[in-house]
Design a protein around this ligand. Structure first.
Ligand SMILES: [Zn+2]
Length: 280
């Protein structure tokens, strides 16, 4: 299995050279990241954990290296999702099996095969970081200037009473009523959540990746939201595998925990298979 991959980001990151860098190079997850995931959520939100995970796994973005947690948190939600899906493919394989409830809630559980790579078709040209929408009410046309949500916004919103609204409010740079008077981002977010949500979706389409599903029991059709972080978290479990593997590897190869945790997960599994053959 390849231990590195690259994924093209839609928006990317701006380097010290003032240029936009879009190609992210990722490494397969090792036991170190698995231990980090096992400790999540704990006091951290999934968005915090995703930032730590991506910072650990990203070797470079274009010509920018090393890549800090700060830089990863500054990427758009959609770019982060592209990186998480790419890591899922690299770490867990080309095909992932998911179990989801029927979209019409008939009680059936559906087993679907997901190919993360197929969700990662090449993005179009990058969008500008700031946008304006005009939206009408009975009083006239309102002007809302906003930027796209990034990892910092996700991390902050996860701690708010209403995360969806907090995410939108955090991205509003300015909102003016038909008379040209400014209103606060919080007011603008509750008034214009729907048009702003649509604009986010259009400008950062990978932020919400969905897979079409059909219930095998009642025939209902629907869409399942694909969350790269949740899939990785579920796929790697809660660390029991890591600690059991470490114990077995330490016995078979006399390596330190640090050395074992530094191995890509797929390679650790191959060593263990070998140890089993030798022992058998
Ligand atoms: Zn059903």
């Amino acid at each position: 299995m390849e231990e590195r991959t690259t994924v093209l980001l839609v928006h990317g990151a701006v380097g010290n050279d003032g240029l936009r860098h879009r190609e992210a190079e990722l490494c397969a997850l090792t036991g170190q990241e698995e231990a980090l995931l096992a400790a999540c959520p704990g006091r951290l939100t999934p968005a915090d954990c995703a930032t730590a995970l991506l910072a650990a796994a990203t070797r470079r973005i274009g010509g920018i290296a090393p890549v800090s947690a700060e830089m990863v948190a500054g990427l758009t939600v959609g770019d982060r999702e592209r990186m998480l899906l790419s890591l899922t493919q690299l770490t867990l394989g080309e095909t992932i099996e998911l179990v989801l409830p029927c979209p019409a809630a008939c009680g059936a559980m559906l087993e679907i095969e997901l190919r993360p790579g197929a969700l990662l078709d090449a993005p179009a040209d990058p969008e500008e970081p700031e946008h304006v929408i005009w939206t009408g009410t009975a009083e006239g046309r309102w002007r809302v200037r906003f930027r796209l949500p990034n990892g910092h916004d996700q991390q902050a919103a996860a701690r708010a009473a209403d995360p969806a609204l907090a995410l939108i409010a955090g991205c509003i740079l300015e909102c003016r009523d038909p008379a040209g008077m400014a209103i606060t981002p919080a007011e603008a977010a509750s008034s214009f959540a729907a048009p702003l949500g649509n604009a986010f979706e259009q400008l950062d389409p990978f932020a919400e990746t969905v897979a079409a599903i059909t219930c095998t029991s009642c025939g209902a059709e629907g869409a399942a939201l694909i969350d790269g972080f949740a899939i990785l978290h579920a796929g790697l479990g809660r660390g029991e595998g890591l600690f059991a593997d470490t114990y077995r590897m330490a016995r078979a190869y006399h390596w330190s925990e640090r050395e074992i945790h530094a191995l890509p997960i797929a390679r650790r599994k191959r060593y263990l298979a070998l140890a089993d053959q030798i022992a058998a």
